[in-house]
Design a protein around this ligand. Structure first.
Ligand code: AHG
Ligand code: MN
Ligand code: MN
Length: 337
């Protein structure tokens, strides 16, 4: 019996709808070390807040929410309105269910002490790449989730807050780009979800993401070149001799995501302006380092694996080299430090 060719509309209806983020989280819950459902709920809360932020990001060109509000955050950056809004959205979402005992955020000097009965600590850069908001370039959110170490029900301790990246139980990012994507890991590989705005759902679009072993993209702000360490200058000369492609957006999430998919190396060394590096260990580098490693990549500060660095304070900065494993290995042969 022969089938009539389907119309485009019929074909569309016949297509499977795909796996939603909620379904995926539920199906994979038993992979979590502590399968109580609370970590699942935190991931859902982050996804929900990201949808709200996505809506606000998309409206940025339309209504008066762009531009600085005149205050500065702890790192001395001028806070943008969307930074503040995103921080509020994520903080509210994360405190709602009581799973979180503390939130570490780029936008607050100290951690936010939430609920002594919460089992999880979240570190977050609510809006990454905020300098790119008002020029309509991709921006992001970066998050890390830790399980607290001290007993539940008591005030949280420094050991709960200053945990090394290796102790993350989940981490990921949202990229507000040409599509909005949520990419995360719970330590069992990396999966990417693309937001379908008319349905208001994230769908699994990039299952089991793997970073190419080798790549030809190098991503660095060469404006600081004259104060880069000599080893970094030599490595950059090598990249150019190899005729690699230079790509730098200036939103860490976007630069990282491109290199994750295409293969490449992201470099932010120590500079004269930022002698220990610019990027923040606890809410920028650790999450991306875990995603990179879980996808087969590598992340280092030049001497030490990022995930093994013991944080000494919430807003600590580190040099950051992350990307395809062969490229990081080769860069390390230049004795980056
Ligand atoms: P944030 O907007 O959260 O302060 O982060 C900005 C970071 C990061 O997104 C980006 O990769 C980097 O700063 C860019 O720094 P340069 O402008 O020095 O290249
Ligand atoms: Mn940032
Ligand atoms: Mn930020």
């Amino acid at each position: 019996m022969s089938h009539q060719p389907r119309s485009i509309e019929e074909s569309r209806i016949a297509q499977p709808i795909g796996t939603t983020l909620d379904r995926f989280i539920k199906n994979n819950q038993d992979q979590f070390a502590f399968a109580s459902g609370e970590l699942s709920q935190l991931l859902r809360d982050i996804a929900l807040a990201s949808k709200v932020v996505n809506r606000e990001v998309n409206k940025a060109g339309l209504i008066d929410i762009m531009g600085a509000i005149g205050s500065q955050n702890m790192a001395g950056d001028q806070q943008q309105k969307l930074d503040v809004l995103a921080n509020i959205r994520f903080t509210r979402a994360l405190m709602k269910g009581g799973e979180a005992c503390a939130i570490i955020s780029e936008e607050t000097e100290s951690f936010v002490d939430l609920n002594n009965n919460g089992k999880y600590v979240i570190a977050i850069d609510p809006l990454d790449g905020s300098g790119n908001i008002d020029v309509n370039v991709s921006i992001g959110t970066i998050f890390s989730i830790y399980r607290r170490k001290s007993p539940v029900g008591r005030p949280i301790q420094t050991i709960d807050i200053l945990q090394p990246g290796a102790d993350q139980v989940a981490a990921g990012y949202v990229l507000y780009g040409s599509s909005t994507m949520l990419v995360y890991t719970t330590g069992h590989g990396v999966n990417g979800f693309t937001y379908e705005p008319t349905l208001g759902e994230y769908f699994l679009s990039h299952p089991n993401l793997r970073m190419p072993t080798e790549g030809k993209i190098f991503s660095v702000n060469e404006g600081g070149y004259f104060s880069f360490p000599e080893a970094v200058k030599k490595y950059l000369a090598y990249c150019k001799e190899q005729q690699y492609t230079g790509r730098y957006i200036g939103s860490l999430v976007a630069d990282f995501h491109r290199n994750l998919l295409k293969g490449g190396i992201y470099i932010y060394p120590a500079t004269a302006a930022s002698p220990t590096g610019k990027l923040r260990l606890m809410y920028e580098c650790n999450a991306l380092a875990l995603v990179a490693e879980q996808a087969g990549g590598k992340a280092t500060n030049g001497t030490t694996r990022i995930l093994e660095i013991q944080p000494e304070n919430l807003h600590q900065r580190v040099a950051f080299y992350v990307g395809s494993p062969s490229m990081i290995d080769r860069a390390m042969q230049f004795n980056l430090g």
